[in-house]
Design a protein around this ligand. Structure first.
Ligand code: HMG
Ligand code: MG
Length: 301
């Protein structure tokens, strides 16, 4: 048993925002390498419209290439894939997915820009996807985006975060990941929002998904941890962002997350040295600077 579960989102959240086209083989190699680090969840890709996210248009090939990992009884890693609608669910299942992640925004403007519909319509879609998925024995994780701020309309009403989170849980999501899509929130914001939410929602069904635009992500994790949250999303080498949230940087780097937690006596089950090697390798493959401070420091020792 580990103290904290890490959901590695680099292959999806990370690679969806890379300007160059990443070869399918590199994506597959990334997932295979990450699968040897002790991580228990790796979000592998998404099945969204290829017109909206061309970077992940090869989701079917990625899933097929890791089928032996997904199906192996010896491998206890879950490989969720992001789906926006029933079409995405069907494609995911056809290609061997056993877990999906659905996503809604707490705010109207981001919902329109990201998935071309209102929050209310997105919640109806999510209920449909969840119902069908669960009937097929597929696990469903949920995301709520823009928990603090929306790139187009400013500060988020915390009640909208509570309502959308509760709706996803009622629909059958086993966990809802709260996304600071812009990476704008501070530990004070985390304290306020999470304390409010945890009055009605158990901490065990909540994960935190912090982007690191303003350098607040690791401090936000520690605040959320102090409030009882035990699942965190992060991305190797800090890859990531969202094409519909201009300026939003990568996710919190998994290396930084593991470094801070393990140094604080909180076990993650993840081999930091192996992770650092992967962060160095993928940054070189993509020709971008390594977004992990801990990863860069350890690699240059
Ligand atoms: P739309 O244009 O309104 O949809 O897009 P539509 O139903 O009218 O379909 C348009 C075309 O897309 C049709 O094809 C459909 O068949 C196709 P055409 O007839 O034009 O050839 N289509 C699909 N193709 C493949 N897979 C599908 C699919 N659905 C429709 N699943 C839609 C609506 C939701 C599809 C679109 O807006 C979309 O795909 N959006 C996804 C955007 C996205 O992936 N954003 C990034 C992920 S969210 C995020 O990063 C935040 C998160 O990390 C948490 C956080 O940080 O806060 C999760
Ligand atoms: Mg994200």
């Amino acid at each position: 048993m580990v103290d904290v579960k890490i959901v590695e989102v680099g292959p999806r959240d990370g690679l969806q925002n890379i300007s160059q086209l990443v070869p399918t083989g590199t994506k597959v190699e990334l997932i295979k390498r990450l699968s040897r680090t002790g991580l228990s969840k790796i979000e592998a890709t998404s099945f969204v419209s290829p017109k909206w996210i061309p970077q992940l248009a090869d989701g079917d090939m990625v899933l097929k290439a890791i089928q032996s990992l997904i199906a192996s009884p010896q491998n206890n890693i879950g490989y969720p894939v992001l789906v926006p609608n029933v079409k995405g669910l069907e494609k995911a299942v056809q290609n061997g997915a056993r877990e999906v992640a659905v996503f809604v925004s707490a705010t109207e403007s981001f919902s329109q820009k990201n998935i071309n519909c209102s929050v209310a319509v997105s919640l109806v879609r999510v209920r449909l996807v969840t119902e069908r998925a669960r009937a097929l024995g597929i696990k469903v994780r949920g995301y709520v985006s823009c928990i603090f701020e929306d790139p187009y309309e400013g500060l988020t009403d915390p009640e909208q975060v509570v309502t959308t989170t509760q709706t996803l849980l009622d629909a059958g999501c086993y966990e809802v990941s709260l996304g600071d899509t812009l990476g704008a929130g501070t530990p004070t914001d985390v304290g306020r929002l999470f304390t409010h939410l945890l009055r009605t929602v158990p901490a065990s069904s909540i994960a935190a998904h912090f982007h690191d635009t303003y350098g607040q992500a690791i401090a936000n994790v520690m605040k959320a941890y102090a409030l009882g949250i035990r699942t965190f999303d992060s991305s190797v080498a800090g890859l990531g962002g969202c094409p519909f949230a201009k300026g939003a940087k990568g996710n919190l780097a998994t290396e930084d997350l593991v470094y801070t937690l393990e140094k604080s006596g909180v076990s993650t089950g993840v081999d930091l040295d192996e992770l650092v090697k992967i962060g160095t390798w993928i940054s070189q493959e993509l020709g971008i600077p390594n977004g992990s401070r801990a990863g860069s420091a350890i690699a240059s020792k």
